[in-house]
Design a protein around this ligand. Sequence first.
Ligand SMILES: Nc1ncnc2c1ncn2[C@@H]1O[C@H](COP(=O)(O)OP(=O)(O)OP(=O)(O)O)[C@@H](O)[C@H]1O
Ligand SMILES: [Mg+2]
Length: 252
Amino acid sequence: MVQLTVQNVNRVLHDNAGQRINVLEDINFNVNSGEFISIIGPSGCGKTTLLRLISGLDQPEEGQLTVDGKPITHPDVSRGYVFQHGSLFPWETIKENISSGLKAVYGRHYDKKLVDHYIDLMGLKGFESAYPHQVSGGMAQRAALARSIVLRPELLLLDEPMGALDAFTRADVQNVIQRVWKQTRTTMILVTHDIDEAIYLGTRIIVMTPRPGRIKEIVTNPLTFPRDRTSDDFLKFRRTIQDKLNFGVTEN
Ligand SMILES: Nc1ncnc2c1ncn2[C@@H]1O[C@H](COP(=O)(O)OP(=O)(O)OP(=O)(O)O)[C@@H](O)[C@H]1O
Ligand SMILES: [Mg+2]
């Protein structure tokens, strides 16, 4: 069932000198309910801009975006967003951070059991009363994920949530994301620079071109679950995606 449609979308921004930049050009794709879409492309190709349009934080000059057939006009609690650069409030504990969205939406009678459930699921037990600066980067990102997921979004937008993590922590958070996706069947759209991450998680991969950001190709991931990052099939598919990006080596 089609959940999200992005049709003929163009987004123009202006730089400090007032020059027009065609950030996104003629973007078209649909996302079905329950899919995991990975978006991969070079820095500055408009990935964050695209997520902002889908979230409703920004509007395109041309084209249309709809969710369940309705135009996206503003941000909505049904669309979660984990930002590229730190999403946690530094003055709140991990538990307060995870609860804050629920509190804002449902008032003080929010479902506290749900918060405990996600603290458990994200492996944050024992760190409820720690502040963000007192936990590791991986934990902080898991808390940021929990804070969005606890609101039970129908669509979760993830803007490089693992960008700042080392390889071990990154694999750990990837597995957490995959587990939540499988358990909740939330539709997820992940922006990443990391080809392996895009392949490990995505059911389809949107490959973007450098400026102006266009969709080069949408590739269906042939790999079944569970996925093994070292299998021949994985490496073969990785080569396919790498060729489409015209990279000799993976970034990161
Ligand atoms: N508010 C803004 N005003 C002017 N230009 C902007 C604005 N936001 C983004 N841009 C420009 O739009 C282009 C796309 O930016 P965007 O942040 O969407 O790229 P990105 O693909 O997310 O990059 P990265 O991988 O580095 O996060 C960039 O050239 C950027 O400089
Ligand atoms: Mg970005």
